[in-house]
Ligand binder design. Structure first.
Ligand SMILES: Nc1ncnc2c1ncn2[C@@H]1O[C@H](COP(=O)(O)OP(=O)(O)OP(=O)(O)O)[C@@H](O)[C@H]1O
Ligand SMILES: [Mg+2]
Length: 317
């Protein structure tokens, strides 16, 4: 397994404050790592160290084998960064912004213009390309920012909360672009506050809080860790609710009556429980109008892991 990003015991201290306090990450080439965490968790600080923008206080980080502390020049040639706050110049057009960056990266004029047009097209900015960036919407600016980070064809891409504040359509468009990049072999580190974004894009997820990693795994593994499923059984006749509970008891499952919803619910820990429950209900001969299972929502997963609400972010949306 070739690693695009390899981080060991990475630390960043600001005085007494440990913004990042011993983080380990491994991102295989051609995959997406979702770095999740509430405000102040240390996500941006981690990305900035990996982008050679700030030096680590301790630990080690390598990008395609190059050390961020001792080989920053090689690292910079490999990476593209889309920051949490747009880094483009508002007083010139989107097209000129991209061209300027292409020239800064030493592309000859003709190749620079070709690359700019290609990226404007990819990000649906051809029509807006001539407008001043200060006239762009937030979503357009984000797309321009991402386009700007891709000019040099980076092999490793950092996206720091790329979709915060975007409407669902722009967000989906950006997800498609990320998927294309990964299909082309890029390695992506994506920070986000949204579990659903991690689930849509990430091969694996690391959850940070207070500078440390508190959970990691695939999105499905994180869901499973937080809790099993809930089974809900709705009898046709309300007076059968107790009979449903009794039927479940015959296979040692404990159902709880929800009178308001007219159903019985119970936690189940796997396919065995589910099979037993269905068999007990059908064996009882009770008429049932609905049986379904639900997994914990991704918000519940996030909340359980970090113990924090996402209200601050929700308000910004
Ligand atoms: N230059 C700095 N000087 C002092 N403290 C800093 C500095 N940069 C970041 N911090 C602190 O480090 C911690 C982590 O900040 P960071 O920006 O990495 O969080 P984050 O996970 O990106 O949060 P958000 O979701 O709000 O973007 C915070 O407590 C922050 O106040
Ligand atoms: Mg941040």
């Amino acid at each position: 397994m070739t690693l695009g990003i390899e981080v060991e015991r990475l630390e960043k201290h600001y005085g007494d404050h440990r913004a990042v306090d011993g983080v380990d990450l491994q991102v295989p080439v051609g995959t997406v790592l979702g770095l999740l965490g509430p405000n102040g968790a240390g996500k941006t600080t981690t990305v900035r160290m990996l982008a050679t923008l700030i030096p680590p206080t301790g630990g080690r980080a390598r990008v395609c084998g190059f050390d961020v502390a001792t080989q920053p020049r090689q690292v910079r040639e490999l990476i593209g960064l889309t920051g949490q706050y747009a880094a483009v110049d508002k007083d010139i057009s989107g097209r000129d912004n991209l061209y300027l960056i292409a020239r800064l990266l030493d592309l000859p004029k003709k190749r620079a213009w070709a690359r700019v047009e290609e990226l404007l097209e990819r990000f649906d900015l051809v029509a807006a390309g001539g407008k001043l960036v200060r006239e762009y919407s937030g979503g357009m600016r984000r797309r321009l920012d991402l386009a700007a980070s891709l000019i040099g064809n980076p092999r490793v891409i950092y996206l720091d909360e790329p979709t915060t504040g975007l409407d669902p359509r722009s967000r989906n468009g950006l997800w498609d672009v990320v998927r294309d990049l990964v299909a082309e072999g890029s390695t992506v580190l994506l920070t986000t506050q949204y579990m659903e974004e991690a689930e849509a894009l990430a091969d694996s997820v690391v959850v940070m809080d207070n500078g440390v990693v508190i959970a990691s795994g695939t999105p499905a593994e994180l869901r499973a860790r937080v809790g099993g499923q809930t089974l809900r059984v709705k009898p046709v006749r309300e007076q059968d609710l107790t009979a449903v509970v009794n039927a479940l008891a015959t296979v040692r499952l404990t159902g709880h009556v929800d009178h308001e919803a007219g159903l019985v619910q119970l936690p189940i820990s796997g396919p065995d429980d589910l099979t037993d429950a269905v068999r007990a209900i059908s064996g009882s001969g009770l008429a049932v109008s609905a049986i379904d299972t639900s997994t914990p929502s991704l918000d519940e997963v996030f909340l359980t892991l970090t113990g924090k609400q996402r209200d601050v972010v929700e308000l910004q949306r």
